[in-house]
Unconditional design. Sequence first.
Length: 505
Amino acid sequence: MAAVLVLDFGAQYNQLIARRIREAGVFCEVIPYDTTAAEIRAKAPRALVLSGGPASVLVPSAPLPDPAIFDLNLPTLGICYGMQVMARMLGGRVTTDDRGEYGKCSLTRVTDNPLLTGIDNPSTVWMSHGDRVEAVPAGFSVLARTEATAVAAMGDPATNRWAVQFHPEVSHTHRGREVLANFLFRLAGLSADWKAGDIIAQAVAAIGEAVPHGRALVALSGGVDSAVAAKLAEMALGDRLQAVLIDNGLLREGEVEGIQAAFPNLDLLVVDARAEFLAALTGIIDPEQKRKVIGREFVTAFDRVRERLGLASVLVQGTVYPDVIESGGRSAGTIKSHHNVGGLPPGMSMRVVEPLRWLFKDEVRRIGTELGMPAALVWRQPFPGPGLAVRIVGEVTAERLAMVRAADAIVREEVSRVDPDHRFWQAFAVLLTLNSVGVMGDRRTYAHPLVVRVVQSEDGMTADWARLPDSTLERISQRVVAEVAGINRVAYDITSKPPATIEWE
Ligand code: XMP
């Protein structure tokens, strides 16, 4: 059971709140903002957090929680929009102001208080709001201000309700973790006793509940997420689990064999769907279209397997949180349709269970390690569901797939030599549609350039390009041009995310 429930009002990075709370050692779950007080009581949380969100509490359609949540007498922390919700619903006053306050601000504590204890004064915080609290509700006092905002934090010790206008969850807020810790430990009286093992037990129980009888399928894709999801499903369902690997022809070199070796005891069926995927991708250039087609083919292939084996209608998937948010989950606009989320057509006839849906990749890796999975698998680079198809700009053909696959293997091999500690998030190759002129063995060539992309990232949501040693770049360039026919030039991608994304499509 989660000790803290975060009511989600739709801010893009709400899961960061949950992540920070889990990092502080307290188990935490994000639930829809309109969950009723009775449903919340049934979950028996010890504290509530009202998250940020893009709306204004001043408009009639503003998302508001069940007013009865304030009768549950739980320690409550409002963050940004959540603070304005508290002000409005508890009798304070919120106004709008064209100026707003965005980005870094200096927070000054105006009175000693337990929420901001131990925080520098002044302290750098990150703000993002148009509306502001003008008058605090009865019982509350103002705890801190910024230059533009008179009420930047407020609190009422009698009811144990607290709120901050800034975002303690983002790393730009220097002492944000301490603010959250003050709320959790000083004010809500929680203790830091949550471990990755608890999430394992919870996920195993949730899969068991979702599949009380019959068999379920788990799709392995080669990535750590699907591997950990499969492991959890295996623990929950034992021989009621059928693992399937759809060989869509878009996998990396050695992938199928690697997965077979990593799961010696799993009932693993490898389905050769290479021809179908390639045929479906013929003539398709648009990246979103590619993703949709691959999602559709994936489901078709799965449905066929299921019919053939007469399996249950449940699919266990290793979707992680950044997949959800970047596919336009509850709040964010769609950046890319992630194949295991947005690309699935609505008519899909399987129920999907996603035990890792609220976790970040590093949390999934911690779980994998806790489960005793091999390091080579746990530290496998993330690999997109649509595979090498989104690393081929333009049409996907058998020939271009072979090129990018061979180049990708060289890039990974060379980067792993200088990255034994897995500092880099991903290292891969992207094939372009252009041709450029070269000269090899005194002969003119007119062939493709390859882009090498190596990035560092904490969770895939933001990333920076890796500063590789010159010697590594040199070896990659020499080997790719010498060993992969059709490539005569190598470029290194030096763009961070944002403004670029990690994958090219
Ligand atoms: P982008 O390119 O959006 O990628 O910056 C962020 C991270 O997500 C991976 N990625 C995917 N993972 N299904 C997945 O499971 C997908 O469709 C997908 N597209 C991108 C990407 O490799 C990077 O690690």
